[in-house]
Design a protein around this ligand. Structure first.
Ligand SMILES: Cc1ncc(COP(=O)(O)O)c(C=O)c1O
Length: 376
């Protein structure tokens, strides 16, 4: 029996290929340092855990509104000028929000423009919607609005922007984002803004959200997440902010897909919104410190553009590649020799690089770089 063409066109997570290698190292009692997974190692804040436990104690364990708890949607809508709860849809992480967006706006044959390097799931999610990802190179990790304009065809349905960016940590300046907004309006395109890391921008650099230009709002679908900011990756709570008709269509999809997001996890998310912003400010300062620490460690190892946001370094390792070696082979070699796990750039559509997550304890970061330095 044959599986669908749709699923056969989709690749699973490439990082899974390292699992047997990691298991093998563990069996040899070699402690692995993973700088591969994009999640903070700090604890989920106590008020969030407490609110979740209280919700469980109250038996908040039933089906609820498929768009998300009204209290959560109202609290989120208050953060976006001119937005009401009808514009918010809560999903199982922003990953599912993005999946729902492509299912909602794309028809087979449509194209979605995505600057590369980019997060691993976009292209596959676009393909799952029967559409085609059009990957447009960036320049020194920054947007190239002219190249993006040149990529627009009559099949283009949307442009996807991810700032702060995973894997590069680039934060796009207002001028470039306004150029993308103009491009979208001129060509009647949707804009999808993945802002999973919006608060984690360093050096007091201003963060410009694509929600800010009001003329874009009737074509903007924005996603954000509780995962990274509040160390809630396993709660699986993210959301989309969308024009009313698009949000309603996504809820129709949700109604046949998962129904509501875990009820007590949504209570945890509500508690996160009630917390003092100081926590996020402290986390951001700590991540900036880790960014500096990790970036300094790279000196003399690999050239790297200094990340301005998120929590990744994306150094150029091409000088260390052996003949015919890809970044995947290099990452496997590093893992085997040093027991440090990083993600190959080819997984993000840019070979010759690796992604290193610096949201890890300082001593583990220092140990990892020491091991890599020794081997290289
Ligand atoms: C850029 C980006 N978008 C979306 C996600 C999805 O995050 P979540 O589904 O946990 O909200 C991630 C997770 O790594 C990410 O890096």
């Amino acid at each position: 029996m044959k599986l669908s063409n749709r699923i056969q066109r989709v690749e699973g997570s490439k990082t899974a290929r390292f699992i047997p290698l990691i298991e093998g190292l563990k069996r040899q009692d070699r402690p692995v340092i993973s700088l591969a997974i994009g999640e903070p190692t700090v604890d989920t804040p106590a008020p969030i855990i407490d609110a979740t436990k209280r919700a469980l104690d109250r038996q908040e364990t039933r089906y609820v509104d498929m768009a998300g708890l009204m209290g959560l949607r109202t609290a989120l809508a208050d953060r976006f000028d001119g937005c009401g709860p009808e514009n918010i849809v809560v999903f199982n992480g922003s990953k599912q929000a993005l999946y729902a967006i492509f299912q909602t706006i794309c028809d087979p044959g449509d194209q979605v423009i995505i600057p590369v390097p980019c997060w691993v799931s976009y292209a596959e999610q676009v393909r799952l919607a029967g559409a085609e990802p059009v990957l447009v190179p960036t320049k020194d990790h920054q947007l190239d609005p002219d190249a993006m304009a040149a990529a627009v065809t009559e099949k283009t349905k949307a442009i996807l922007i991810n700032s702060p960016n995973n894997p590069t940590g680039a934060v796009y300046p207002r001028g470039d984002l306004e150029a993308i907004a103009r491009l979208a309006v001129q060509n009647d395109l949707f804009v999808i803004a993945d802002e999973a890391y919006d608060f984690f921008v360093y050096d007091n650099l201003p963060f410009f959200s694509l929600y800010d230009p009001a003329p874009l709002r009737d074509r903007l679908i924005l996603t954000r997440s509780f995962s990274k900011h509040y160390a809630m990756t396993g709660f699986r709570v993210g959301y989309a902010v969308a024009p009313t008709a698009v949000a309603a269509a996504m809820v129709r999809l949700q109604s046949h897909l998962t129904g509501n997001v875990c009820t007590f996890a949504q209570h945890g998310a509500m508690a996160a919104l009630e917390m003092d912003e100081d926590l996020l400010i402290r986390r951001r300062a700590d991540l900036q410190h880790k960014r500096d620490l990790a970036f300094d460690q790279l000196a003399g190892l690999f050239p790297c553009i200094r990340p301005q946001g998120a929590f990744y370094l994306f150094p150029d390792v091409s000088d260390h590649l052996r003949k015919g070696e890809t970044s995947g082979d290099f990452a496997a070699r590093i893992l085997e020799k040093t027991a440090v796990a990083v993600v190959p750039g080819e997984d993000f559509g840019m070979d010759g690089h690796v992604r290193i997550c610096f949201a890890a304890p300082d001593d583990r970061l220092l140990d990892a770089f020491e091991r890599i330095r020794e081997v290289l």
